[in-house]
Design a protein around this ligand. Structure first.
Ligand code: FES
Length: 177
């Protein structure tokens, strides 16, 4: 864009400034550089199927009871519909939700009781999460069914890759409750 002092009006100056800002944002987003990993982490956490995320793994690997990373293919054979599978990797463990044979929900249920922060346990027989500290109970999606816990258990994001289950400490796009 060429400016001559005589033709530089307020309107053209504003248009130029707006165009420059948009270009800077676009370049900052697309250009590889220092901020890329942060941008990709956000992008791929929120939109794991985005084409830019094929080779990028947002979040942390979900670790199973054996101490090894959980593999979606293995869960197809070991987990049943309705199972809750304990997964480590974040600051506190979470429970994965098996919705169909081999299908893992895109959200996981936090194990942290909303009363005083004890770690709840899954009881498959009653299909409830039970807090060992003051006996709060939560249903199979983490909703409070008995206090003193004041709120439902939290949810985190699960990102599924062909050979990996990953966890991200952000609210999931889908809230089943
Ligand atoms: S910490 Fe869970 S009921 Fe009190």
């Amino acid at each position: 864009m060429h400016f001559s002092p005589r033709r530089l009006t307020r309107r053209s100056l504003l248009r130029y400034a707006a165009g420059s800002t948009m270009a800077a944002i676009a370049l900052g987003y697309l250009r590889p550089g220092r901020g890329q990993s942060v941008d990709l982490e956000k992008l791929c956490t929120l939109f794991p199927l985005n084409s830019r995320c094929e080779d990028y793994a947002a979040g942390v690997a979900a670790i199973g009871a054996s101490g090894q990373p959980l593999n979606p293919e293995d869960l197809k054979t070991t987990a049943k519909i309705g199972d809750r599978v304990l997964a480590q990797g974040l600051a506190k463990p979470v429970y994965l939700v098996i919705t169909e044979p081999g299908a893992i929900a895109p959200y996981a249920i936090s194990t942290v009781c909303t009363h005083f922060g004890c770690i709840v346990n899954w009881q498959a027989e009653t299909r409830k999460f039970i807090c060992p500290c003051h006996e709060s109970q939560f249903d199979d999606l983490g909703r409070v069914v008995r206090g003193p816990a004041p709120r439902n258990l939290g949810l985190t994001t699960v990102i599924l890759k062909p050979d990996q289950v990953r966890l991200a400490e952000v609210a999931p796009a889908i809230d089943p409750r």
